[in-house]
Design a binder for this molecule. Structure first.
Ligand SMILES: Cc1ncc(COP(=O)(O)O)c(C=O)c1O
Length: 444
């Protein structure tokens, strides 16, 4: 009898049961199924069910799952060697990749690179480098910012639950400014009449919160990622950079989520013609291989004493080879153009959602980094996090992988591979639309 019942349990349920026993519940997953394989923008689970992927492993799969060129690059490198530690025995793929990164960031100042493994580590290292170069300690971050889950990473991160809750004490000398979130302006002003008061606020901030000559760096996402895909108005980041320059504060662009083509530029800062002092890169850099980098002005990067930065796995040769394949794919398949076209389709469709569903209070984005925000009431803009959860659940049940984000958990974001087939894109958008109908109030 027992045997019969067991055999009726699905493969996903079986794995889930073992997972519950052996994987910490603190490391939670959105899905309750287990992945067998993935290709392009399609993921297949262990029971053969297919899903359209609008999440891309949280902005990691811009070139698509298991792109044949990435797979070959990984295989070829793995057959040669998988690890020597760059700090002991260096190798060419890391050098070649550093050259590519330096060339693809905006600005003409010579740049150099250091490699680590995750976004959080890149941010940590950018701050270490900024502190060494400036001889100062303080760091300014933003409301709505997300920079990772390590001690300094979570300190720089804004949202308390789940990222910081109960994990204190936090790292010292971190100060937080409001971000240019026009839909919910922290200054209750309207753009453009506001004259970018939120950027000018940095001047006051350097009087009332921390002295400019004590600040090593300002760490900012060009578009808030986890904070809700908030795109600042033109001129905002430029003004912040100007004020930083006046005080000798280094400008760190955290391009972990915006980078590698997501916004239809290789790096989002290009949209505003800004050359950051330091830039952090991770996620889509190596198509899923754990690799991150700090790329910055050479003079700043070289201010660190030899051996002061690095790590056992930083710039792993297999990961670097995968990243080199990513750069080739971008060129060969015109992925920046694709991101632009994809962004236009998403923009139109999300604007139509806003026109048709009262629940959708705002639709926004840059390139293919697009989102819409759900509200209970368009006047009060009360966040509808419960509806965002409902929509995500609905989409999963219909075979679409979708993610929410935002300080209030009420933003639906899309990060599908840029190589998604038109048919899958249309199908996925149709599922979201059906979901919005389903969860909208009868008058909505
Ligand atoms: C802007 C930004 N910075 C840093 C991180 C942290 O990256 P990781 O999870 O690889 O540590 C993330 C992750 O979502 C991010 O979006």
């Amino acid at each position: 009898m027992m045997k019969k019942e067991e055999s009726r349990r699905s493969r996903n349920d079986e794995i889930q049961e073992i997972r519950n026993r052996y994987i910490s519940s603190g490391m939670a997953s959105v899905a309750d199924f287990y992945v067998e394989s993935a290709r392009g923008a399609i993921v297949k689970d262990v029971e053969g069910r297919e899903y359209i992927d609008f999440a891309g492993g949280i902005a990691v799969m811009n070139v698509g799952h298991s792109h044949p060129k990435v797979v070959s690059a990984i295989r070829e490198q793995a057959e040669k060697f998988t690890h020597t530690c760059f700090m002991v025995l260096p190798y060419e793929p890391a050098v070649e990749l550093a050259e590519k990164l330096s060339e693809s960031l905006p600005g003409d100042t010579p740049k150099s690179t250091m490699f680590v493994n995750s976004g959080a580590e890149a941010v940590e290292n950018a701050v270490k480098i900024a502190r060494t170069y400036t001889g100062r300690q303080a760091v300014i971050a933003f409301e709505g910012g997300f920079h990772g889950r390590t001690l300094l990473g979570m300190t720089l991160t804004s949202k308390v639950k789940p990222y910081k809750y109960g994990f204190g004490p936090f790292a010292p000398e971190v100060y937080r400014m409001p971000y240019a979130y026009c839909y919910r302006c922290p200054f209750k002003l309207r753009h453009p009449e506001c004259n970018l008061a939120c950027a000018e606020h940095l001047n006051d901030f350097l009087i009332s919160h921390v002295a400019g000559d004590k600040v090593a760096a300002l760490v900012v996402e060009p578009v808030l990622g986890e904070g809700g895909f908030v795109v600042p108005p033109d001129g905002y980041l430029n003004r912040l950079k100007e004020i930083c320059d006046e005080h000798g504060i280094l400008f760190i662009a955290d391009e972990v989520q915006t980078g590698i083509g997501r916004t239809a530029e290789m790096f989002a800062m290009s949209h505003w013609g800004i050359e950051a002092d330091l830039t952090t890169v991770a996620k889509s850099l190596a198509a899923g291989m754990p690799l991150s980098a700090v790329v910055g002005k050479k003079e700043i990067m070289d201010s660190v004493h030899p051996g002061g930065i690095g790590g056992t796995y930083g710039g792993n040769p297999v990961a670097c080879s995968a990243a080199l394949a990513v750069f080739s794919i971008f060129e060969e398949e015109n992925l920046l153009d694709k991101a632009q076209k994809l962004g236009s389709i998403l923009e139109k469709r999300f604007n139509s959602f806003k026109d048709r569903f009262n629940l959708v209070g705002d639709a926004r984005g840059l390139g293919a980094m697009r989102a819409f925000e759900l509200v209970k009431n368009r006047e009060t803009k009360e966040p509808a996090a419960d509806k965002a959860k409902e929509l995500v659940r609905y989409c999963f049940s219909r075979g679409l992988i979708l993610l929410s984000c935002g300080t209030y958990g009420n933003v639906i974001r899309v990060l599908m591979p840029l190589v998604i087939e038109d048919e899958d894109l249309e199908k996925g958008l149709g599922i979201i639309e059906d979901g919005l109908k389903e969860i909208s109030a009868p008058d909505g």
